[in-house]
Each structure stands twice: as C-alpha cells, then as structure tokens.
Design a protein around this ligand. Structure first.
Ligand SMILES: *[C@@H]1O[C@H](CO)[C@@H](O)[C@H](O)[C@H]1NC(C)=O
Ligand SMILES: *[C@@H]1O[C@H](CO)[C@@H](O)[C@H](O)[C@H]1NC(C)=O
Length: 535
C-alpha cells in the first residue's frame, strides 16, 4: 500500500498519502466488522418445545373413568368433525320457495379434474398445503394448559418484543413455601434472557443465554431480581412468538412473547371539509368494461349528475378499445379479453383515495345512490366493505347477502357452504347488516380490498370467489337503502345489438365452456375445497 502510494505520489501530497495509508486499512477493518457474516438461521417456523401439551388431556383420565356420563346429541352435532359432506338440502315444495330461499345445490370439485390427473393433482395440492400450514403456523396458536396450583406468577399474554430488541418481562414471581433455596429458571428458543439489575443475595446463571437460572435463600430477594429479567429476541422472524418456559423445582408454567414490528398505518388524507363528507376526496369509482361503451357512457353521465368531480377509473379489455374521455376519468386499456377479475384488480390498484366504490359498467346512478351513506357506515364502524342494493328493471332489489362457512373435511379437502342471509343487524344503522358476501355494488377500504385482491385467473365468471378469498380479511356489511339501478339484463332477443350478442358470448359462457371447470379447479386446488353447497 505504502510503496504504491509513493509511486503515485507525483500527484498526491505526502500528507494525503499518509492519511490514505492509515485510513484505507482502517476503513477496510471497519467494513469487515460491519459486514461480518451474520449468524445463519433457519427462516422457518420453529417447532414449539415438545411435551408442552400432555396428550392425556384429550383422553378421559383413568382416575375419573368410573364416573358415568351421557353424551348430549344436540351439542355433539355442533362440534366440528373433520368429515364434512356436501349434500343439497332437501327442499319443501312451497310457493316461491326458490325466490325466498334460493335453490339448494351441491357441487363436487374433484370431478372437475380429469381422472388421469387426479392423483397427481392431489399430490401437488397436498405438498402446497403442507408448506402453507408451515408458513401460517404461529406458536401462539398452540394449546397450552396451565397446571393446578403453581406457585409461579407470570404474564399469560400481552408481552411483546420488536424483532431483535429487548423487553423486561413483567409480572414474574415465585410464591412458594419455606425452602432452603428458592430457585427458578426461564428458557426460550428464539431469544436470550438477562438481568437489567443485580440484586444482592441472588445467584444468576446463564445470563445472556437461552436458559437463565436464578436462585436465592431469600424469596423476597429472588422476587426482586425477577422484576429485572429481560428477554432479547435473537432470531429475526416477525409475526411469530417465542414460547417461554418458567420453571421452579416442581412446577412448570408456559407463556409466549410476541415478536413483531409495530403496525405501520396506511392512512389517507380525506380533505378539510368538517361538516360533511367530501366524496371526491374520499372515494374513487372503479369499473371494468368490455365492449359496452353505450352502457358505460350512460353510467358516467348518471354519476356526473350527482358527483361531478369524483374520479372514475375504467379498466377495459375490449378488442378495439374506444376512447373514453372526460374530466376525472382514467381509462386503462388492457390486453384483449384479459378478463373480469384481472380488470377489477387493475382498476383498484390505481385508486389513491381511502375508499373505492365498485360498480358494473351497466349500472345507473339515481338520487338514491347515496355514496355518503356508505362512507358513513365505513367511517363509523370497523367494517371494511359495505354493499348496497341493485334495482333491476323489474323493480326487484338484489343485495345478494351471502353467509360463507368452511367445514373441515380431512384429507380430501374442506367443504364450502354458502347461504343467503346475514349474521347481525348493525346498531345505529337499521338498514345495514353484517354478512360475508354482497352484490357487485360496494364501497370498500382501498387498503383492505388490495389485501384480498381479485384472482386474475377468474376471467369470465366470478364474484363470490372474491369474498371467499377475503374470508378472514374483510369484515363485510350490506345496506339496502343505498340503491343503484341496473340497466336491464332481460332483453328481448330481437332487440339485441351485435355488441350485446358479442358481449353475451364472453360474459355468459355455456356450461360446456371450460371456465366453469376452471372455477371448480381453483376451488379444488387453490382453496383446497372438495365440494360446495349453496342456495
Ligand atoms: C389413484 O390412487 C388410488 C389410491 O391410491 C388408486 O387406487 C388409483 O388406481 C389411482 N388412479 C390412477 C389413475 O392412478
Ligand atoms: C373536496 O375534495 C376535492 C379533491 O380532493 C377538492 O378539490 C375540493 O376542493 C374539496 N371540496 C371541499 C368543499 O373541500
């Protein structure tokens, strides 16, 4: 380095040269320390320590086996059995049954897979499912049972640490009887323990390790020391937890410490108006169109009567797209026939407001299409999405409220059940209910709808699929006092235009079309359902 430096010295001053001779190696050293190879860890969900759960809790204990009991069928029936079946409900033949309760049906999804492929498909599905379960396993889901009469005091929940950071564990103490030495230990598998202060008369072993032992002839001193026990997370794996075992000579207690980042909010500035909602600042209207420019123009015209400055986003996968222009309109052209869910996905991905209102391109706004009411529901409840009602030309209203349930079905897959209806009405909103799925006219929190997403593989048909994917992500409501009109679906054959016919060919495929099969295969593989019943 030095000789090299001197040779180059023609151009460098001696001072600079000396500086470099010292500085460069120093820098290299710093760099080395800074980038020293980090510890190598498995980035995988760690197994919870074995023996946490005494398997005998699931079996009738020998000691109590002489005490007789009688099963209660009405309760047993309510319990999950891991052997669900899909059978269409028997129907009563009452007038308007179908209109009132829908037509019960059952579909088997495995039959959508060709027989020669079924075994192989199932094998691949099992493999993916195994990985899914490993990714989604969380130590806090593990069943832990507290043994009787433990002298150990500890936090059962609510202890949380940021990844690779340190916390004091609150609430640890020992309340034991007279002993020569009081001794406790703590162990973990994703972090280490230490003490933030030393207390006289207490012996500490294993400070800075995964297992720490504290002992003292004086229980008060030991308990004072326990107030200073810290936990440091050493394996970076947010959204998991470490299971801590807290132990005295005869007793063992288990609790968990959550490892997670703080939730970073994603907030939207909703404008300055403080008296009523500024819809243009709060809501974007999104739609997907295909061929039907006349219908789309009617929709836009009707929106503009009531909301002249609200942004309208249009996703369009027509073969020969026409220009759709105007103030506050964004028109996105997609490859021909990309499809229904791909278009929905594209449209919502471009939304920059807090809420997005989904409409079909053949809807018409009227004075009853009060977006403010839907905004009010989402602003004043914890719902993520609220549907309205669609009024058909016949005067019939659709809210399409659906309850969605999944029943465990063992190795063949689970059973999906949909039923028309809802779970609760909402306090303060007499026209609104809580449910799982709603009609194609809904207002949603933009960040939540992006999280659920629309599967672009569903190109022709699909609606309920979005709510099934959103189960557990979206908290859904439905209000029947916000109404949008539907330009008639029922058309006399001789009044159909060429566009209508072309559209119908794509939008309503014949049952022989393979898009129905694709839908069933997605249910079978992606969602791991074996079958479905509905009405
Ligand atoms: C599929 O697996 C089953 C049971 O493992 C077997 O009986 C059947 O012959 C297999 N079918 C095909 C087409 O490989
Ligand atoms: C409402 O929001 C729009 C868009 O952010 C803004 O241009 C307009 O000035 C706002 N109106 C009021 C009354 O605050």
């Amino acid at each position: 380095m030095a000789s090299h430096c001197l040779r180059a010295g023609m151009r460098l001053s001696k001072k600079l040269c000396g500086f470099l001779v010292l500085f460069v190696p120093l820098c290299l050293l710093c760099f080395h320390i800074y980038t020293k190879p980090a510890s190598v860890v498995n980035v995988w969900n760690r197994e919870v320590p074995k023996g946490l759960l005494d398997q005998t809790v699931f079996q009738p204990s020998e000691k109590l086996s002489h005490i007789p009991f009688k099963w209660k069928d009405e309760v047993l029936q309510l319990l999950p059995k891991n052997s669900c079946k899909c059978e269409a409900e028997a129907t009563l033949n009452i007038p308007f049954r179908q209109e009132l309760f829908g037509k019960p049906y059952a579909v088997d999804f495995a039959s959508a897979v060709s027989v020669s492929q079924l075994n192989e498909t199932k094998r691949r599905r099992d493999e993916e499912y195994k990985k899914f379960k490993m990714r989604h396993h969380n130590p806090t889901d593990v069943l832990i049972i507290a043994k009787a009469n433990s002298p150990l005091e500890y936090p059962t929940q609510g202890v949380e640490v940021r990844p690779l950071k340190t916390v004091i564990i609150p609430g640890l103490s020992l309340q034991d009887f007279l002993k020569k030495v009081y001794k406790v230990s703590l162990s973990a598998n994703k972090g280490t323990f230490n003490i933030a202060a030393e207390v006289e008369g207490v012996t500490v072993k294993g400070a800075g390790e995964e297992r720490i032992t504290l002992s003292s002839p004086n229980m008060d001193n030991l308990n004072r020391q326990l107030q200073f026990v810290s936990y440091t997370n050493t394996i970076f794996h947010p959204n998991t937890a470490d299971i801590v075992q807290f132990q005295s000579d005869e007793h063992l207690a288990t609790f968990h410490i959550k490892i997670r980042h703080p939730t970073v909010p994603k907030m939207y500035d909703t404008g300055s108006s403080n008296t009523k909602y500024n819809i243009s600042a709060l809501v974007t209207i999104a739609t997907k169109t295909f061929l039907r420019y006349d219908k789309l123009q009617n929709l836009i015209d009707s929106i503009r009567k009531f909301y002249p400055t609200v942004t309208i986003i249009i996703a369009d996968d027509s073969e020969n797209p026409q220009k759709v222009e105007g103030p506050f309109i964004e028109h996105y052209i997609m490859p021909f026939g990309k499809g229904w869910f791909a278009g929905r996905n594209l449209a919502i991905s471009q939304v920059t407001t807090k809420y997005v209102l989904w409409v079909d391109d053949d809807f018409i706004f009227s004075p009853r299409t009060k977006i403010e009411r839907m905004v009010d529901v989402l602003e004043r409840t914890t719902l993520d999405l609220v549907g309205g009602a669609v009024r058909e030309i016949t005067g019939y209203y659709t809210t399409y409220r659906q309850k969605i349930s999944v029943f465990p079905g063992g190795k063949e897959g689970d059973c999906l059940m949909t039923r028309q209806g809802y779970h609760h009405t909402i306090n303060g909103f007499p026209n609104c209910v809580v449910t799982d799925g709603v009609v194609n006219f809904f207002l949603a929190r933009t960040d939540k709808i992006l999280q659920a997403g629309f599967d672009p593989r569903l190109s022709r048909i699909g609606h309920l699929e979005f709510f099934i994917d959103g189960l557990g992500i979206l908290h859904v409501g439905s209000c029947d006092d916000v109404i949008v009109d539907h330009a008639s679906k029922i058309q006399l054959p001789w009044s159909k235009t060429e566009t209508d016919k072309e559209y119908a060919k794509f939008r309503y495929p014949k049952s022989s079309d393979n898009s129905m099969v694709l839908r069933h295969i997605l249910f079978y593989f992606k969602n791991r359902f074996k079958c479905m019943t509905g009405n």
